[in-house]
Design a protein around this ligand. Sequence first.
Ligand code: ZN
Length: 85
Amino acid sequence: MPTYAYACKDCSHAFEIVQSFSDNSLTSCPECQGTLRKKFNSVGVVFKGSGFYRTDSRDTKGSTVAPAPAAAPAPATAPAPAAAS
Ligand SMILES: [Zn+2]
């Protein structure tokens, strides 16, 4: 849930509010009903840092890159041709 920061143009009242993406933006100041200026604040949404990408890439790298060749019957013991001549 992202946190949005608003600042009033009229009375300089600044505050933050947690809204979902589908919520309507606030437009009027709760203090003076003036015009609000919306500032997106990414404090509530952490896309990097905390090892988010690191853990994800490590999992995909280990599981998807090298499929095990299970259907390839490898000759384990090849008898050496001793009597070649
Ligand atoms: Zn205001």
